[in-house]
Design a protein around this ligand. Structure first.
Ligand SMILES: Cc1cc2nc3c(=O)[nH]c(=O)nc-3n(C[C@H](O)[C@H](O)[C@H](O)COP(=O)(O)OP(=O)(O)OC[C@H]3O[C@@H](n4cnc5c(N)ncnc54)[C@H](O)[C@@H]3O)c2cc1C
Length: 341
């Protein structure tokens, strides 16, 4: 037996098996709902169940609160249908026709950008290319069904290799392997492209980008895409890291600021070291944006990086007038417990 689910705004309908997550069922039918972590943590897929009942699934209670549930909200990456449903969810057309594939790949090159950040370039089998939008991510598929998400740091026009920027999580199952044993020519397998964090090109609003640590990766892809297509929208990138050594591609960002007059770059250090001789901005990266922009109502914001940074951006930017629909974010959640055995 399966249930019929209708997306209220578009009238699109699809079938879901009783144990099938609503996001997966929609995707199987060719409809992409807004999503990011698929762990029930980031909240990007939160939407309203207009009619019918759901099983909420394994969700972070801070992301889907009891108050949310009372208002009929659910996280569609985790919720399953208990009967036919009508849902109010954001449908993302731009990724609809991009196939999600499982692809074997080879590590073509590795470069240590910093003590704890590795650049990884992956090559696909001969004559194959991955179709994706600047800012999307892939899931590296590991043994026993484990998966680890990493953003693509290259733009689609430059797709000979897929570039990843991987932060070492000490004790982490996959990133320990990357920093300890992985070598050039090794084989990996991934599923992608995934996510709905990509550049909205049908807008001419000025853009503020906020990157935390390796949250720089998808932002780099978006910027290279913008520059390549000579888009003249104003963009201000704030990149927040701990100390100077963590600004692992500062020279690249500075060179963009040199070459493109519509682009500004502000690095922000939260814990500069004494020998950094840092005269630039300090503190939390979202606070630097708030200091510079008392009114965010006319802007579009792209933010990616640690969950705590994304939460701070959400809380404070909406208070400064940013419209919810103009905040796009990629929260670098960790793989769910059940998948990180
Ligand atoms: C959509 C998306 C895109 C992402 N893109 C990137 C990217 O481009 N670059 C990047 O470096 N990371 C990115 N991440 C985060 C990355 O997926 C995790 O850091 C990675 O899965 C860690 O894998 P692991 O096997 O080494 O650690 P695990 O074995 O999964 O974790 C080991 C322990 O460390 C904790 N942990 C895991 N990850 C982190 C972390 N990042 N920080 C602090 N503690 C952690 C876990 O809770 C666990 O206790 C992204 C995440 C998502 C959801």
């Amino acid at each position: 037996m399966s249930f019929k689910i209708q997306i209220e705004k578009t009238g699109h309908e699809f079938e879901a098996e009783p144990s099938e997550k609503i996001l997966d069922a929609a995707q199987r039918a060719g409809y992409t709902l807004s999503y990011n972590c698929r762990n029930g943590s980031c909240g990007t897929c939160k939407g309203r169940v207009v009619s019918g009942k759901v099983n909420y699934g394994d969700v972070d209670p801070a992301t889907l609160t009891e108050a949310d549930k009372a208002e009929g909200m659910a996280l569609f990456c985790q919720a399953t249908a208990l009967e036919d449903l009508v849902i109010d969810a954001e449908e993302i057309d731009a990724v609809r026709d991009i196939p999600i594939r499982i692809v074997p790949c080879r590590v073509a090159r590795m470069e240590k950008f910093a003590d704890d950040v590795m650049g990884l370039w992956l090559s696909l089998p001969k004559n194959q290319r991955l179709q994706f939008l600047a800012g999307q991510y892939i899931d590296i598929l590991l043994k026993d069904g484990r998966r680890r998400s990493f953003s693509l740091a290259n733009a689609p026009h430059n797709d000979e290799f897929l570039e990843l920027q991987i932060r070492h999580v000490p004790g982490g199952y996959f990133t320990d392997h990357v920093f300890g044993k992985l070598k050039e020519k090794d084989l990996l397998r991934f599923r992608g492209p995934l996510g709905t964090f990509f550049l909205r090109e049908d807008s001419d609003r000025p853009i503020i980008m906020v990157a935390g640590g390796t949250g720089f990766a998808p932002i780099k892809a978006m910027l290279e895409h913008l520059f390549y297509h000579q888009v003249s929208r104003r963009v201000h990138l704030y990149w927040g890291v701990r100390s100077k050594q963590d600004l692992y591609q500062a020279k690249l960002a500075e060179s963009w600021a040199h070459e493109h007059e519509q682009f500004e770059f502000t690095p922000v250090l939260s814990e500069p070291r004494e020998n950094d001789n840092w005269n630039g901005r300090t503190g939390w990266v979202h606070e630097a944006v708030l200091q510079d922009f008392p009114d965010l109502s006319g802007f579009e914001v792209y933010a990616s990086g640690p969950p705590v940074m994304i939460d701070s951006v959400k809380q404070s930017f909406f208070e400064r007038g940013l419209e919810k629909k103009y905040l796009y974010s990629d929260s670098f959640e960790y793989a769910a417990e059940s998948e990180s055995k």
